[in-house]
Design a protein around this ligand. Structure first.
Ligand code: SME
Length: 162
């Protein structure tokens, strides 16, 4: 299914990737860099309504930086639970065009219709993920997936270490 802005996305993705790369290089520390990355993603893409990073902590995903209209109650999600937990368990990007049709979905916001979750890898291991919620059905496509996978590679070194 085609989305009207699909053709424009790759250029915007390239610009945003450069902005995130610069922000990460210039931030005073890893937490500030991850926060800035999340803000850039949220602000540059109108269909990224809520953007958050979860970091793996033991058997859980723990919410790190996020940007969006509302805070989520899901600040700790067991790996294997929800779409977030599935992506972390399998190390696979999840694109869910209609969250209400996916029995795994853990509801956060009444307005969410679609979701994309992209694992963050470090040394072959899932260390976190990027979670984006959209208020349009079918808001995310493969171009978002490839773009967010590149962003994930920039975020990997920013993970909090014990
Ligand atoms: N919807 C997610 C939970 C996280 S909130 O969207 C921020 C899930 O199904 O895992």
């Amino acid at each position: 299914m085609s989305h009207p802005v699909t053709q424009e996305r790759p250029a915007a993705h390239g610009d945003a990737l450069n902005l995130v790369r610069t922000a990460v290089a210039e931030a005073p520390g890893p937490a500030a860099a991850a926060q800035r990355a999340v803000e850039l993603l949220h602000d540059r893409f109108p269909h990224y309504d809520w953007v958050g990073v979860y970091w793996v902590e033991g058997g859980d995903l723990v919410l790190g930086p996020w940007m969006g209209p509302e805070a989520t109650d899901h600040t700790r999600i067991p790996i294997g639970t929800g779409i977030c937990g599935a992506a972390a368990a399998t190390g696979t990007t999840e694109i869910v065009p209609d969250v209400n049709a996916d029995p795994r979905y853990l509801a956060c916001f009444a307005s969410t219709q679609s979701e994309i979750v992209v694992p963050i890898f470090d040394g072959g291991e899932v260390v976190g993920e990027i979670d984006v919620d959209g208020t349009d059905r079918d808001a995310f496509d493969e171009t978002d997936a490839r773009f967010l996978e590149e962003i994930a590679a920039l975020l990997a070194p920013l993970r909090p270490r014990a």
